[in-house]
Design a protein. Structure first.
Ligand SMILES: *[C@@H]1O[C@H](CO)[C@@H](O)[C@H](O)[C@H]1NC(C)=O
Ligand SMILES: *[C@@H]1O[C@H](CO)[C@@H](O)[C@H](O)[C@H]1NC(C)=O
Length: 373
Protein backbone atom coordinates (compact mmCIF):
# COMPACT_ATOMS: atom_id res chain seq x y z
CA UNK A 1 0.00 0.00 0.00
CA UNK A 2 2.67 2.43 1.05
CA UNK A 3 4.81 1.47 -1.98
CA UNK A 4 1.82 2.14 -4.30
CA UNK A 5 1.43 5.63 -2.88
CA UNK A 6 5.17 6.11 -3.13
CA UNK A 7 5.15 4.95 -6.78
CA UNK A 8 2.23 7.25 -7.62
CA UNK A 9 4.03 10.11 -5.93
CA UNK A 10 7.19 9.37 -7.93
CA UNK A 11 5.14 9.30 -11.13
CA UNK A 12 3.57 12.68 -10.33
CA UNK A 13 6.97 14.13 -9.50
CA UNK A 14 8.40 12.69 -12.72
CA UNK A 15 5.55 14.24 -14.75
CA UNK A 16 6.08 17.60 -13.05
CA UNK A 17 9.85 17.46 -13.68
CA UNK A 18 9.33 16.53 -17.35
CA UNK A 19 6.76 19.30 -17.76
CA UNK A 20 8.96 21.95 -16.13
CA UNK A 21 12.01 20.96 -18.17
CA UNK A 22 10.02 21.02 -21.38
CA UNK A 23 8.34 24.31 -20.53
CA UNK A 24 11.68 25.82 -19.59
CA UNK A 25 13.35 24.63 -22.74
CA UNK A 26 10.54 26.21 -24.77
CA UNK A 27 10.97 29.41 -22.83
CA UNK A 28 14.67 29.20 -23.45
CA UNK A 29 14.14 28.62 -27.14
CA UNK A 30 11.87 31.64 -27.40
CA UNK A 31 14.33 33.68 -25.41
CA UNK A 32 17.31 32.57 -27.48
CA UNK A 33 15.38 33.41 -30.67
CA UNK A 34 15.01 36.94 -29.40
CA UNK A 35 18.75 37.28 -29.45
CA UNK A 36 18.98 36.49 -33.14
CA UNK A 37 16.16 38.82 -34.27
CA UNK A 38 17.91 42.21 -34.20
CA UNK A 39 20.32 41.34 -37.00
CA UNK A 40 19.19 43.49 -39.94
CA UNK A 41 20.18 40.79 -42.40
CA UNK A 42 17.51 38.50 -40.96
CA UNK A 43 14.89 41.21 -40.59
CA UNK A 44 15.10 42.04 -44.27
CA UNK A 45 13.87 38.74 -45.66
CA UNK A 46 12.60 39.01 -49.18
CA UNK A 47 9.12 38.78 -50.56
CA UNK A 48 8.92 38.39 -54.31
CA UNK A 49 5.67 39.73 -55.67
CA UNK A 50 3.95 38.39 -58.74
CA UNK A 51 5.51 41.27 -60.68
CA UNK A 52 8.95 39.90 -59.80
CA UNK A 53 9.70 42.92 -57.66
CA UNK A 54 11.69 42.27 -54.54
CA UNK A 55 10.67 43.93 -51.29
CA UNK A 56 12.29 43.99 -47.90
CA UNK A 57 10.07 43.52 -44.88
CA UNK A 58 10.85 47.06 -43.72
CA UNK A 59 7.64 49.03 -43.92
CA UNK A 60 7.24 50.10 -47.55
CA UNK A 61 6.48 53.73 -48.29
CA UNK A 62 2.79 54.47 -48.68
CA UNK A 63 1.62 57.56 -50.51
CA UNK A 64 -0.53 59.39 -47.92
CA UNK A 65 -4.25 59.59 -48.69
CA UNK A 66 -5.48 62.83 -50.23
CA UNK A 67 -6.78 65.00 -47.40
CA UNK A 68 -8.89 68.14 -47.50
CA UNK A 69 -6.69 71.22 -47.44
CA UNK A 70 -6.25 72.71 -43.99
CA UNK A 71 -5.26 76.30 -44.68
CA UNK A 72 -6.23 78.74 -47.37
CA UNK A 73 -2.86 80.44 -47.78
CA UNK A 74 -0.06 79.32 -50.05
CA UNK A 75 2.59 77.53 -48.01
CA UNK A 76 5.55 75.25 -48.56
CA UNK A 77 3.81 72.50 -46.57
CA UNK A 78 7.09 70.91 -45.50
CA UNK A 79 7.34 68.16 -42.98
CA UNK A 80 10.24 66.16 -41.62
CA UNK A 81 11.03 63.10 -43.67
CA UNK A 82 11.17 59.61 -42.21
CA UNK A 83 14.77 58.81 -43.17
CA UNK A 84 14.23 55.21 -44.26
CA UNK A 85 11.78 56.54 -46.88
CA UNK A 86 14.09 59.00 -48.59
CA UNK A 87 14.03 57.02 -51.86
CA UNK A 88 11.27 54.56 -52.67
CA UNK A 89 10.95 51.37 -54.69
CA UNK A 90 7.56 49.93 -55.53
CA UNK A 91 5.70 47.86 -58.09
CA UNK A 92 5.88 50.57 -60.76
CA UNK A 93 9.65 50.08 -60.93
CA UNK A 94 9.96 48.01 -64.09
CA UNK A 95 7.65 50.00 -66.35
CA UNK A 96 9.09 53.33 -65.18
CA UNK A 97 12.65 52.05 -65.52
CA UNK A 98 12.01 51.16 -69.17
CA UNK A 99 10.55 54.61 -69.83
CA UNK A 100 13.47 56.34 -68.05
CA UNK A 101 16.02 54.35 -70.07
CA UNK A 102 14.14 55.19 -73.29
CA UNK A 103 14.15 58.93 -72.50
CA UNK A 104 17.85 58.91 -71.57
CA UNK A 105 18.72 57.21 -74.85
CA UNK A 106 16.35 59.09 -77.16
CA UNK A 107 15.74 62.53 -75.64
CA UNK A 108 18.81 62.94 -73.48
CA UNK A 109 19.12 66.77 -73.44
CA UNK A 110 15.44 67.04 -72.47
CA UNK A 111 15.88 64.91 -69.36
CA UNK A 112 19.54 65.27 -68.29
CA UNK A 113 21.55 68.47 -67.84
CA UNK A 114 24.72 68.98 -65.79
CA UNK A 115 26.41 72.38 -66.05
CA UNK A 116 30.21 72.71 -65.80
CA UNK A 117 31.68 72.60 -62.27
CA UNK A 118 28.93 70.38 -60.92
CA UNK A 119 30.95 67.15 -61.18
CA UNK A 120 31.69 66.93 -57.44
CA UNK A 121 28.05 67.53 -56.49
CA UNK A 122 26.82 64.97 -59.04
CA UNK A 123 29.25 62.36 -57.69
CA UNK A 124 28.09 63.14 -54.16
CA UNK A 125 24.48 62.56 -55.24
CA UNK A 126 25.34 59.19 -56.76
CA UNK A 127 27.23 58.19 -53.58
CA UNK A 128 24.21 59.06 -51.45
CA UNK A 129 21.84 57.25 -53.79
CA UNK A 130 23.86 54.03 -54.09
CA UNK A 131 24.63 53.75 -50.39
CA UNK A 132 21.00 54.44 -49.46
CA UNK A 133 19.55 51.99 -52.01
CA UNK A 134 21.98 49.17 -51.18
CA UNK A 135 21.27 49.50 -47.44
CA UNK A 136 17.53 50.08 -47.65
CA UNK A 137 16.86 47.55 -50.43
CA UNK A 138 19.74 45.05 -50.09
CA UNK A 139 17.91 42.46 -52.19
CA UNK A 140 17.59 44.91 -55.06
CA UNK A 141 21.01 46.58 -55.11
CA UNK A 142 24.49 45.29 -54.28
CA UNK A 143 27.66 47.38 -54.26
CA UNK A 144 30.90 45.65 -55.17
CA UNK A 145 33.65 47.83 -53.70
CA UNK A 146 36.52 45.98 -55.37
CA UNK A 147 35.13 46.66 -58.85
CA UNK A 148 33.41 49.98 -57.95
CA UNK A 149 30.12 48.82 -59.38
CA UNK A 150 26.53 48.53 -58.26
CA UNK A 151 24.43 45.60 -59.42
CA UNK A 152 20.70 46.14 -59.91
CA UNK A 153 19.01 42.78 -59.25
CA UNK A 154 15.67 44.10 -60.54
CA UNK A 155 17.02 44.79 -64.03
CA UNK A 156 20.22 42.64 -63.96
CA UNK A 157 22.23 45.74 -64.90
CA UNK A 158 25.58 46.77 -63.51
CA UNK A 159 26.87 50.36 -63.34
CA UNK A 160 30.23 51.89 -62.55
CA UNK A 161 30.10 54.09 -59.45
CA UNK A 162 32.62 56.28 -57.64
CA UNK A 163 35.35 58.28 -59.35
CA UNK A 164 35.34 56.09 -62.51
CA UNK A 165 31.70 56.82 -63.23
CA UNK A 166 31.47 59.37 -66.04
CA UNK A 167 27.71 60.06 -65.79
CA UNK A 168 26.72 59.98 -62.10
CA UNK A 169 23.36 61.78 -62.45
CA UNK A 170 22.30 59.39 -65.21
CA UNK A 171 23.21 56.34 -63.12
CA UNK A 172 21.32 57.78 -60.12
CA UNK A 173 18.27 58.35 -62.34
CA UNK A 174 18.45 54.82 -63.77
CA UNK A 175 18.71 53.20 -60.34
CA UNK A 176 16.05 55.18 -58.52
CA UNK A 177 12.42 56.01 -59.18
CA UNK A 178 13.09 59.64 -58.19
CA UNK A 179 14.23 62.57 -60.30
CA UNK A 180 17.24 64.52 -58.97
CA UNK A 181 17.99 68.24 -58.97
CA UNK A 182 21.00 70.08 -57.59
CA UNK A 183 20.53 73.70 -56.55
CA UNK A 184 23.53 75.88 -55.78
CA UNK A 185 23.41 79.32 -54.20
CA UNK A 186 24.68 82.04 -56.49
CA UNK A 187 27.18 84.05 -54.42
CA UNK A 188 26.27 87.31 -56.18
CA UNK A 189 22.48 87.26 -56.19
CA UNK A 190 22.01 84.95 -53.20
CA UNK A 191 19.50 83.03 -55.34
CA UNK A 192 19.45 79.23 -55.56
CA UNK A 193 20.12 78.12 -59.14
CA UNK A 194 19.36 74.78 -60.84
CA UNK A 195 22.84 73.53 -61.80
CA UNK A 196 22.28 69.84 -62.57
CA UNK A 197 19.18 67.79 -63.10
CA UNK A 198 17.97 64.38 -64.14
CA UNK A 199 14.28 65.09 -64.64
CA UNK A 200 12.67 62.22 -66.48
CA UNK A 201 9.12 63.11 -65.48
CA UNK A 202 8.68 66.89 -65.61
CA UNK A 203 5.25 68.25 -64.67
CA UNK A 204 4.69 70.86 -67.35
CA UNK A 205 8.14 72.45 -67.81
CA UNK A 206 11.23 72.11 -69.98
CA UNK A 207 14.57 71.22 -68.47
CA UNK A 208 16.60 72.92 -71.21
CA UNK A 209 14.77 76.17 -70.51
CA UNK A 210 15.18 75.94 -66.73
CA UNK A 211 18.74 74.69 -66.31
CA UNK A 212 21.05 77.42 -65.01
CA UNK A 213 18.19 79.61 -63.82
CA UNK A 214 17.06 80.62 -60.34
CA UNK A 215 14.30 79.13 -58.20
CA UNK A 216 12.28 82.27 -58.89
CA UNK A 217 12.53 81.60 -62.62
CA UNK A 218 11.75 77.90 -62.13
CA UNK A 219 8.53 78.93 -60.46
CA UNK A 220 7.74 81.91 -62.67
CA UNK A 221 4.64 80.24 -64.15
CA UNK A 222 3.26 79.58 -60.65
CA UNK A 223 0.98 82.49 -59.77
CA UNK A 224 2.39 84.73 -57.00
CA UNK A 225 5.12 82.20 -56.11
CA UNK A 226 7.87 84.84 -55.90
CA UNK A 227 6.00 87.28 -53.61
CA UNK A 228 4.47 84.57 -51.39
CA UNK A 229 7.23 82.00 -51.16
CA UNK A 230 10.41 83.24 -52.85
CA UNK A 231 12.23 84.62 -49.81
CA UNK A 232 10.89 81.90 -47.49
CA UNK A 233 12.31 79.22 -49.79
CA UNK A 234 15.72 80.93 -49.98
CA UNK A 235 15.82 81.25 -46.17
CA UNK A 236 14.72 77.67 -45.82
CA UNK A 237 17.48 76.41 -48.13
CA UNK A 238 20.07 78.50 -46.25
CA UNK A 239 19.23 76.65 -43.04
CA UNK A 240 18.92 73.17 -44.52
CA UNK A 241 21.49 70.73 -43.11
CA UNK A 242 22.43 67.18 -44.12
CA UNK A 243 20.53 65.97 -41.07
CA UNK A 244 17.31 67.80 -41.84
CA UNK A 245 15.64 66.11 -44.74
CA UNK A 246 12.17 67.43 -45.48
CA UNK A 247 9.35 66.39 -47.78
CA UNK A 248 6.33 68.03 -49.38
CA UNK A 249 3.65 67.11 -51.90
CA UNK A 250 2.43 68.74 -55.06
CA UNK A 251 -0.80 67.97 -56.88
CA UNK A 252 -1.70 68.21 -60.56
CA UNK A 253 -4.57 66.94 -62.66
CA UNK A 254 -3.90 65.61 -66.16
CA UNK A 255 -6.17 64.60 -69.00
CA UNK A 256 -3.61 61.96 -70.08
CA UNK A 257 -1.49 59.52 -68.10
CA UNK A 258 1.83 60.75 -69.60
CA UNK A 259 4.67 60.87 -67.05
CA UNK A 260 6.86 62.98 -69.36
CA UNK A 261 4.90 66.23 -69.59
CA UNK A 262 7.23 68.99 -70.76
CA UNK A 263 4.68 71.71 -71.42
CA UNK A 264 1.23 72.84 -70.38
CA UNK A 265 -1.40 70.37 -71.46
CA UNK A 266 -2.97 71.05 -74.83
CA UNK A 267 -6.74 71.47 -74.59
CA UNK A 268 -8.49 68.24 -75.63
CA UNK A 269 -9.90 68.41 -79.17
CA UNK A 270 -13.43 69.79 -79.06
CA UNK A 271 -14.87 66.81 -80.86
CA UNK A 272 -13.54 64.38 -78.24
CA UNK A 273 -15.49 63.99 -75.05
CA UNK A 274 -13.48 64.07 -71.85
CA UNK A 275 -14.77 61.74 -69.14
CA UNK A 276 -13.63 60.81 -65.63
CA UNK A 277 -11.85 57.79 -67.19
CA UNK A 278 -9.47 60.17 -69.00
CA UNK A 279 -8.31 61.95 -65.85
CA UNK A 280 -5.10 61.19 -63.95
CA UNK A 281 -4.27 62.59 -60.52
CA UNK A 282 -0.56 63.38 -60.64
CA UNK A 283 1.15 63.74 -57.27
CA UNK A 284 4.76 64.68 -56.65
CA UNK A 285 6.61 63.77 -53.50
CA UNK A 286 9.52 66.16 -53.14
CA UNK A 287 12.38 65.87 -50.67
CA UNK A 288 15.09 68.39 -49.81
CA UNK A 289 18.45 67.85 -48.21
CA UNK A 290 21.87 69.49 -48.04
CA UNK A 291 24.83 67.98 -49.86
CA UNK A 292 27.38 67.89 -47.07
CA UNK A 293 30.57 67.95 -49.16
CA UNK A 294 29.72 70.07 -52.19
CA UNK A 295 27.35 72.34 -50.27
CA UNK A 296 24.45 72.34 -52.75
CA UNK A 297 20.81 71.48 -52.08
CA UNK A 298 19.53 68.14 -53.37
CA UNK A 299 15.90 68.22 -54.37
CA UNK A 300 14.29 64.89 -55.36
CA UNK A 301 10.93 64.37 -57.02
CA UNK A 302 8.98 61.13 -57.16
CA UNK A 303 5.88 61.16 -59.36
CA UNK A 304 2.78 59.06 -58.67
CA UNK A 305 0.00 58.68 -61.21
CA UNK A 306 -3.42 57.56 -60.08
CA UNK A 307 -6.52 57.27 -62.27
CA UNK A 308 -9.24 59.56 -60.93
CA UNK A 309 -11.75 56.73 -61.05
CA UNK A 310 -9.68 54.74 -58.55
CA UNK A 311 -10.12 57.32 -55.81
CA UNK A 312 -12.56 56.29 -53.10
CA UNK A 313 -15.08 58.66 -51.51
CA UNK A 314 -12.64 59.88 -48.84
CA UNK A 315 -9.92 60.81 -51.33
CA UNK A 316 -12.48 62.32 -53.70
CA UNK A 317 -13.50 64.62 -50.88
CA UNK A 318 -9.84 65.48 -50.21
CA UNK A 319 -9.16 66.14 -53.88
CA UNK A 320 -12.26 68.29 -54.27
CA UNK A 321 -11.31 70.36 -51.25
CA UNK A 322 -7.77 70.86 -52.57
CA UNK A 323 -8.65 71.88 -56.10
CA UNK A 324 -11.45 74.16 -54.89
CA UNK A 325 -8.96 75.77 -52.52
CA UNK A 326 -6.92 77.03 -55.49
CA UNK A 327 -7.89 80.58 -56.41
CA UNK A 328 -8.91 81.50 -59.95
CA UNK A 329 -5.40 82.24 -61.19
CA UNK A 330 -3.99 79.03 -59.71
CA UNK A 331 -6.89 77.02 -61.15
CA UNK A 332 -6.18 78.41 -64.62
CA UNK A 333 -2.47 77.62 -64.22
CA UNK A 334 -3.30 74.05 -63.24
CA UNK A 335 -5.57 73.59 -66.27
CA UNK A 336 -8.96 73.75 -64.57
CA UNK A 337 -10.58 74.91 -67.80
CA UNK A 338 -9.86 71.53 -69.36
CA UNK A 339 -10.85 69.17 -66.56
CA UNK A 340 -12.57 71.19 -63.79
CA UNK A 341 -16.18 70.25 -64.48
CA UNK A 342 -15.47 66.57 -65.12
CA UNK A 343 -13.43 66.20 -61.92
CA UNK A 344 -15.89 68.14 -59.75
CA UNK A 345 -18.87 66.15 -60.97
CA UNK A 346 -17.14 62.81 -60.52
CA UNK A 347 -15.94 63.60 -56.99
CA UNK A 348 -19.35 64.91 -55.96
CA UNK A 349 -21.01 61.76 -57.25
CA UNK A 350 -18.58 59.60 -55.25
CA UNK A 351 -19.25 61.56 -52.08
CA UNK A 352 -23.04 61.53 -52.43
CA UNK A 353 -22.99 57.81 -53.30
CA UNK A 354 -21.11 57.10 -50.09
CA UNK A 355 -23.63 59.16 -48.08
CA UNK A 356 -26.48 57.19 -49.68
CA UNK A 357 -24.76 53.88 -48.83
CA UNK A 358 -24.25 55.00 -45.24
CA UNK A 359 -27.91 56.01 -45.05
CA UNK A 360 -29.04 52.61 -46.32
CA UNK A 361 -26.85 50.85 -43.73
CA UNK A 362 -28.16 53.08 -40.94
CA UNK A 363 -31.70 52.55 -42.11
CA UNK A 364 -31.25 48.77 -42.10
CA UNK A 365 -29.75 48.73 -38.60
CA UNK A 366 -32.63 50.86 -37.39
CA UNK A 367 -35.17 48.46 -38.88
CA UNK A 368 -33.38 45.47 -37.37
CA UNK A 369 -33.44 47.13 -33.98
CA UNK A 370 -37.17 47.83 -34.28
CA UNK A 371 -37.85 44.21 -35.22
CA UNK A 372 -35.90 42.88 -32.26
CA UNK A 373 -37.77 45.12 -29.78
C1 LIG B 1 33.29 41.77 -56.88
O1 LIG B 1 33.66 41.50 -58.21
C2 LIG B 1 34.77 40.65 -58.36
C3 LIG B 1 35.15 40.62 -59.81
O2 LIG B 1 34.04 40.33 -60.63
C4 LIG B 1 34.42 39.30 -57.78
O3 LIG B 1 35.53 38.41 -57.91
C5 LIG B 1 34.03 39.45 -56.33
O4 LIG B 1 33.60 38.21 -55.81
C6 LIG B 1 32.92 40.48 -56.18
N1 LIG B 1 32.70 40.74 -54.78
C7 LIG B 1 31.50 40.66 -54.21
C8 LIG B 1 31.45 41.00 -52.77
O5 LIG B 1 30.51 40.34 -54.84
C1 LIG C 1 -10.98 59.67 -73.25
O1 LIG C 1 -10.84 58.27 -73.27
C2 LIG C 1 -11.54 57.65 -74.33
C3 LIG C 1 -11.46 56.14 -74.09
O2 LIG C 1 -10.18 55.74 -73.77
C4 LIG C 1 -10.93 58.08 -75.64
O3 LIG C 1 -11.60 57.50 -76.72
C5 LIG C 1 -11.02 59.61 -75.73
O4 LIG C 1 -10.35 60.03 -76.90
C6 LIG C 1 -10.41 60.25 -74.53
N1 LIG C 1 -10.66 61.68 -74.57
C7 LIG C 1 -9.70 62.58 -74.54
C8 LIG C 1 -10.12 64.01 -74.59
O5 LIG C 1 -8.52 62.28 -74.46
Amino acid sequence: MATDVFAALLLVIAIIVIYITKYNSQQWKIFSNCHTIPSTKQRQTTVVESTGLVHTTLKPFQLPTLKPRTSSHMAMGLKRLEESNWLTIDKGYHSEHVLRAYMLENARPDVLQCLPNTEAACHEVLDLVTSFLSKRFPECFTINHSTSTIFNHLTKESHLIGAQCSNPMEVAARLAMEDFNILVKDPQSGEYTLMASATLFPAGWQLQERIGTSMANLHSPVPRWQEKLGSAVNRYFDHLSPRTCMERYNLFIQTTNELFQDGPEAPPPLAVLLTAENITVRRERQTFTRLEQSGGVLFTVRTYMQPLIELGAEESEGLLSQIRGWDGEMQRYKGWDHWGTVVEQWCERQISQQRKDLYIVEDATLRERKLSV
